[in-house]
Design a protein around this ligand. Structure first.
Ligand code: 5GP
Length: 123
């Protein structure tokens, strides 16, 4: 996937305040909000406020402060939403093969039920 950022993507619009979101946590560098179509009782999306397209783009280009803040925020949400004891899944889809729908880097934090195996075998 190209790392050219599309300012019209839905998470860019959320960050600009053009469309509402159900905020879970916010820091100087990071915003977290509930997924509009939750796949489990807990389904939070965590995004950097900076313009990064994918997991690799963010971790290659973001400042140390942004990266630490992002991951500390993820950890805090896991604790606050009570998904640590029983387990959860942290997923980031990148590009075509992973069917990334929104081209602004995001991590899904999913828990609150048994999630099964991560991937079906390739067929
Ligand atoms: P991806 O497939 O890119 O990893 O996941 C994109 C996620 O964004 C999906 O789980 C989808 O439900 C969620 N999503 C798409 N549009 C919106 C929106 O407008 N608001 C919120 N909160 N989530 C959205």
């Amino acid at each position: 996937m190209t790392h050219e950022y599309d300012d019209t993507n839905i998470f860019a619009r959320i960050l600009r305040g053009e469309i509402p979101n159900d905020t879970v946590a916010e820091t100087d560098h990071t915003l977290a909000f509930n997924d509009i179509t939750p796949q489990a009782p807990v389904h939070v999306l965590v995004i950097p406020k900076g313009k990064y397209v994918t997991y690799d783009d963010f971790h290659a280009k973001a400042s140390d402060a942004e990266i630490v803040d992002f991951h500390r925020t993820c950890a805090r949400i896991c604790a606050e939403r009570g998904i640590v004891a029983d387990g959860y899944r942290a997923i980031s889809n990148a590009g075509r093969n992973a069917v990334q729908e929104v081209p602004h880097f995001h991590q899904h934090l999913i828990g609150g039920r048994s999630l099964g195996r991560m991937l079906a075998p390739a067929g």
